[in-house]
Design a protein around this ligand. Structure first.
Ligand SMILES: Cc1cc2nc3c(=O)[nH]c(=O)nc-3n(C[C@H](O)[C@H](O)[C@H](O)COP(=O)(O)OP(=O)(O)OC[C@H]3O[C@@H](n4cnc5c(N)ncnc54)[C@H](O)[C@@H]3O)c2cc1C
Length: 462
């Protein structure tokens, strides 16, 4: 670690050590820039401590539970006894702890001045932390996001957000999940596998409403089969709680009761109270506005991650952090294309996508100019072995490249790597069809879908 004197001007001062901030710090240090990284809680941010990693550990425990429960289907005699939440939490916290230690080591061994405390932007080039000032030729804002609620819906007791949901010491018997987006369906999936009765309430007409409509349909079918109840196109009206449970009323007049209500209605930007507005940074509904080079309207102040409008994903934050460090380092990196960022929802079955949806493609190119193909995983050997159902859907501009890949099925999140190369390299189905996919893999489904779209289907109909 390097030292920081009061008169020193650093190349970069970074506010927030989450995915966006720490990636910027590591890349800037690699580029031999002098870096100050300010973090008020734990480096790694939401993703490592309250987001991606702990939720995926819970989802893995859920998968193990389902495997035990369904073992006879595969001719294995095992029995499912119970979920031991302290044991699950120990496993989850162990994963987080090891990664946290690794990240601390990485930052500690690089030339980054790490400052613990809450930072406030007091001018366009200075951040103050506990009375100490850090001046930077460049400032990067990366203060992340928080779990939002709805007006009149106070978090506390039986009404929780993902933050509390990650620390439960027992499995609730009945849960209502408000919000059928990524976080909502992931927790619904975990709790169902853990044995809870789950009902999702979503105001929009379908689950995972940001995904292609075809993906929502398949996920809804799978959730129905798993006994996860959901009510879509229905708005929340209010909630009350007492010692016995929580009661949720819907605008339809219906009421639901449960032990817990998870509020998963999205994440708001954590950008108020740190001096941004006072310094004149342009904001919109609390988000920090930037251009495509992630510059705010104030010279040499950049913003990365969840405080910047767009996809709230850790890998977007990493990419933006690296981008800004390289921009400051004079490398003139290529701007990040938002639609080229892969998206994965890790419920069972998984939902993964990259590029644009069929509806977006029709809007962009005209309905007659869009061609789609849905390859049913029923025709894929490995998917049959795993006993999963779903699809690979391709969206193509007619006589043009693939512009969207949408998938549902067990483990399809691992297939999005190929999807992202196809979409971002603007591959034509005919080009992908030439590439040989290993047998039997789920990747083959990707190859088969392209073969079909190229007019030469093998294990499917054109
Ligand atoms: C339940 C859940 C599951 C998720 N799962 C996934 C997933 O599977 N995949 C995925 O890609 N994304 C997932 N996400 C989203 C992902 O966590 C975020 O997109 C990512 O963490 C955003 O990174 P960030 O750097 O913008 O902000 P954050 O990670 O929120 O980091 C911001 C940091 O800034 C610090 N900070 C804030 N204000 C100050 C200040 N004034 N001074 C100093 N420090 C400050 C905070 O303490 C925090 O550490 C999930 C999120 C949640 C909540």
């Amino acid at each position: 670690m390097s030292e920081s004197g009061p008169d020193q001007v650093h190349d970069v001062v970074i506010l927030g050590g989450g995915s966006g901030g720490y990636a910027a710090a590591l890349r800037a240090a690699q580029l031999k820039l002098s870096v100050v990284l300010i973090e008020k809680d734990k480096v790694g941010g939401t993703c490592l401590h309250r987001g991606c990693i702990p939720t995926k550990a819970l989802l893995h425990a859920a998968e193990v539970a389902d495997s035990a429960r369904e073992s006879e289907r595969f001719g294995v005699k095992a029995s499912f006894e119970a979920i031991d939440m302290p044991g699950v939490n120990k496993y989850k916290d162990g994963v987080v702890g090891r990664l946290y230690k690794g990240l601390q080591g990485l930052i500690g061994s690089s030339a980054i001045t790490f400052v613990e405390g809450e930072g406030h932007l007091i001018s366009a080039d200075t951040v103050e932390v506990g009375g100490q000032r850090y001046r930077g030729r460049n400032i990067i804002l990366g203060t992340g996001s928080y779990a939002r609620s709805l007006p009149g819906l106070e978090i506390g007791g039986r009404i929780i957000t993902s933050d509390q949901a990650l620390t439960l010491d027992q499995v609730p018997q009945r849960v209502i999940v408000l919000g059928g987006g990524v976080i909502g369906v992931e927790f619904a999936s975990v709790w169902r596998s853990f044995g809870a009765e789950v009902t999702i309430v979503e105001a929009l007409p379908r689950l995972v409403p940001a995904e292609d409509a075809g993906a929502s349909k398949i996920l809804e079918r799978a959730f129905r089969k798993r006994g996860i109840a959901f009510k879509t196109g229905i708005r929340f009206a209010g909630a009350t709680q007492d010692d016995n449970g929580v009661t949720v009323s819907l605008e339809s007049g219906e009421t639901l009761t449960a032990d817990l209500l998870l509020v998963a209605v999205g994440r708001g930007p954590n950008a108020a109270g740190f001096g941004y507005e006072e310094v004149g940074i342009a904001m919109d509904r609390g988000f920090v506005l930037t251009d495509e080079r992630l510059r705010t309207n104030v010279p040499n102040v950049f913003a990365v991650g969840d405080i910047v409008p767009g996809l709230q994903l850790a890998h977007r934050g990493f990419a933006q952090g690296i981008f800004v460090a390289e921009e400051i380092g004079g490398l003139n990196p290529a701007p990040i294309v938002e639609s080229g960022i892969p998206r994965v929802t890790y419920c069972d079955p998984e939902v993964a996508s990259v590029g644009i949806t069929e509806a977006q493609a029709q809007e962009r190119f005209g309905a007659d100019e869009v061609q789609t193909y849905e390859y049913n995983l029923g025709g894929n050997g490995k998917s049959q072995i795993l006993a999963t159902a779903g699809f690979v859907k391709l969206v193509r501009q007619k006589s043009g490249p693939i512009v969207g890949v949408h998938m549902v099925g067990a483990r399809v999140g691992e297939l999005i790597g190929e999807g992202q190369l196809i979409v971002n390299w603007e591959a034509f189905p005919e080009e992908v069809a030439q590439l040989v996919h290993a047998h039997p893999t789920q990747n083959e489904a990707m190859g088969e879908a392209h073969l079909a779209l190229a007019g030469k289907p093998l294990h499917s109909h054109a």
